[in-house]
Write a protein that binds this ligand. Structure first.
Ligand code: SF4
Ligand code: SF4
Length: 129
């Protein structure tokens, strides 16, 4: 009985308690910039609106804040029955998007990226002393 209730909660949580945050952004794994060239390249990507970088568990990701073309105004998927595998595999049980706690650090502008690396340099200097 308890199991049944849990299943119901699992089934409904996306529909009842979330505005489909997972369908409103696209994230791609990237490598942490390792030299000035990489930093400048990533900075340039942050010149574009709706593009951000986030870091979680020391892994870097490029984030496009744009919604899926198949998302309806009521936050339902218009192709639910034939949605791609990547959508089927994304479980709300592991998803932090709803709570907004899916990253350790969000970098939204080129200036913030510069600041991140300034801090890194300062930390490295301190460690060397
Ligand atoms: S998977 Fe997560 S973000 Fe997507 S609709 Fe469900 S609870 Fe919301
Ligand atoms: S296909 Fe459907 S489930 Fe997948 S991202 Fe688009 S709206 Fe969301």
């Amino acid at each position: 009985m308890a199991k049944k209730k849990k299943k119901k909660e699992e089934r409904n949580i996306c529909l009842e308690k979330c505005d489909a945050a997972c369908c409103k952004n696209l994230a791609m794994d990237i490598l942490k910039p390792k030299d000035n060239w990489d930093i400048e390249d990533l900075k340039w990507k942050l010149y574009f609106k709706h593009v951000k970088v986030y870091i979680v568990n020391n892994r870097w990701h490029l984030l496009f804040e744009t919604k899926c073309r198949y998302l309806l105004k009521n936050n339902r998927c218009s192709i639910y029955e034939r949605r791609p595998e990547v959508c089927r595999e994304h479980s709300h049980m592991e998803c932090g998007e709803r709570e907004g706690d899916w990253y350790d650090l969000l970098i939204s502008t080129p200036e913030e990226l510069d600041e991140y690396f300034r801090k890194e340099k300062r930390k490295k200097k301190k460690r060397k002393k």
